[in-house]
Ligand binder design. Sequence first.
Ligand code: NAP
Length: 217
Amino acid sequence: MKIGILGTGMVGVAISSKLIQLGHEVKMGSRTAVNEKATEWVKQNGPKASHGTFKDAADFGEIVFNCTAGAVSLEALKMAGAESLNGKILIDVSNPMDFSKGLPPTLIPSLGITTSLGEEIQKAYPEAKVVKTLNTMYCDTMVNASLLPGDHDVFVCGNDTEAKARVKEILTDWFGWKSIVDLGDITTSKATEMVALAGMYFFGLKGSPMYNLKLVM
Ligand SMILES: NC(=O)c1ccc[n+]([C@@H]2O[C@H](COP(=O)([O-])OP(=O)(O)OC[C@H]3O[C@@H](n4cnc5c(N)ncnc54)[C@H](OP(=O)(O)O)[C@@H]3O)[C@@H](O)[C@H]2O)c1
């Protein structure tokens, strides 16, 4: 399948590389068509890997992942353009964190407190099927749930039931997730973005990003 990855950071690289390993065609997008990290990633990942602008990647993908810095995801998606996203599943992995005052970060008030980045993306692109997921764990764990022992959870939030069902298949079949917690519509992104912020403190406690949560009810 053809997949567009918006983002050249560690998340974009982790997801893109896993998808190539699984046999998919992946185009990684950035602000420019000559991004050094994307060029290097393509060199290392063979003929099914390509790169271009955010718009090139969004046009290419039958499914698109948003792996851009949360503070600027809305700008990055504007560069991709609504016509390139309309009708597609847009898997949103981003978190609206402000690292400008160092660690730990805070949530950006206009995006992460009374609303969420997931909701704002869905509002800005009403024809895209936004599914927020994978934003509450480290990028290596996102694409390989078995890196952590035992049973642990990934959350899914979104308005479109069919899109969420497809994303749940992807989480299970491609990334090995066994425990998927469907929190509800896209407004529940608020909770997962706050969990992601809590994760920055878990990182501090453990001294490593290799942690996740298990919901016990
Ligand atoms: N790191 C993790 O393990 C982890 C875990 C959970 C969730 N997340 C979330 O996943 C997302 C990606 O994280 P990351 O660490 O891989 O990368 P990142 O450094 O947060 O983001 C890199 C991407 O943001 C784009 N970007 C930066 N400034 C921009 C601007 N002014 N306008 C448009 N785009 C801009 C960059 O574009 P260029 O390619 O052009 O440079 C690049 O593609 C973040 O939202 C993060 O909160 C990360």
